[in-house]
Ligand binder design. Structure first.
Ligand code: SF4
Length: 334
């Protein structure tokens, strides 16, 4: 049974439609990556999964989280019940730990606050549990550092504190929104290793929101590609990277320096996707049409439906690339 199912999620702010009928599921103990350019709707989708969208957002669809009592719909629930799910069932690590941590409280206090929201513990028991969590995320000398303030820690250690806060109540799903983007590449690898170890030890699923396809290739079990608020492709990284079905996925791969040379694309010059992502306003037709080298008349009339393909794959394109097509033969972007 899936630990979380997003079904037809749509988010609107007035005329803007930043998330459009997005559906996918998160399976137990997997790492699901959601990738796309800035403006693709991936972070808003993550906020919707946490029930943290701003009040002026008009939201429809369902986000069902599996609980012991049965599925709970994050969208339909009153705020009090959503708060009970946050931290306990689904939790999140944000990109910039320095702005997420409170500079005037010790890290021990802040990890303890996350515990206090869901567990009744005496002050000494809570402090012991905080130190246990700091050890779990490999913060050295936890007994002494529990009384440190955020500014006394390096960026990598601060991100470990954020992870300790996020896993304090052993959630079943941990969302990491660009959680390693602001870190040095060596620290980034350590944090990704830590997340993967916690996934196994705490029996969690991880949703990795990223634009780094190198991270996806190494750490994800499955990938959802988003464009202009639409789910455009889904599959395992190996199949999706070697034989993309959607022209946008192909464009992302061709423009990625970290994958360039590592996979099927080694003989294709690094290419940019022309133009830029435009915010969706609910117009008919494929949102990628102005940038797509395969666009045809059919792409103007209607949004392509999401269609299943062999190998647990899905794509939303009227003219998908064929898995038997050599990417080198497909028209380039630049
Ligand atoms: Fe390109 Fe048409 Fe497919 Fe959209 S539907 S990605 S415009 S081929």
């Amino acid at each position: 049974m899936n630990v979380l199912s997003v079904d037809n999620l749509t988010v609107r702010f007035g005329e803007a439609h930043p998330v459009n009928a997005v559906s996918f599921e998160v399976r137990p103990r997997e790492t699901l990556a959601i990738v796309g350019e800035s403006g693709s709707g991936k972070s808003l989708t993550a906020l919707a999964m946490m029930g943290l969208l701003p009040r002026n957002a008009k939201v429809s669809g369902a986000i069902r989280i599996a609980t012991k009592e049965g599925p709970a719909d994050m969208i339909g629930l009153p705020e009090r019940q959503r708060r009970a799910l946050r931290g306990k069932q689904v939790s999140m690590v944000f990109q910039e730990p320095m702005t997420s941590l409170n500079p005037v409280h010790t890290i021990g206090h802040q990890i303890g606050e996350a515990l206090a929201a869901h567990e009744k513990l005496s002050p000494p028991a809570r402090r012991a549990r905080v130190i246990e969590l700091m050890n779990l995320v490999r913060i050295p000398d936890a007994t002494r550092r529990v009384d440190d303030y955020p500014h006394q820690l390096s960026g990598g250690m601060r991100q470990r504190v954020m992870i300790a806060i996020a896993v304090a109540c052993r959630p079943r799903i941990l969302i990491a929104d660009e959680a390693t983007t602001a870190l040095d590449v060596t620290i980034q690898a350590q944090i990704l290793q830590l997340l993967d170890r916690l996934r196994v030890e705490l029996d969690m699923a991880i949703v990795l929101i990223t634009h780094d396809l190198g991270v996806v290739a190494q750490w994800a079990d499955r990938v959802v590609v988003m464009y202009a608020g639409h789910h455009v492709e889904e599959g395992a990284p190996g199949a999706l990277f070697s034989k993309p079905l959607h022209p946008y996925t192909r464009g992302l791969l061709a423009a990625s320096p970290r994958l360039h040379g590592a996979l099927t694309y080694r003989d294709i010059p690094l290419a940019e996707i022309p133009g830029s992502i435009t915010s969706a306003k609910g117009e008919p037709g494929c949102p990628f049409r102005p940038r797509c080298p395969r666009a045809a008349a059919i792409c103007l009339g209607s949004m392509p439906p999401s269609v299943s393909h062999p190998g647990d794959r899905r794509t939303a394109c009227h003219l998908p690339l064929s898995p038997s097509e050599d990417p080198a033969d497909v028209p380039a972007f630049a």
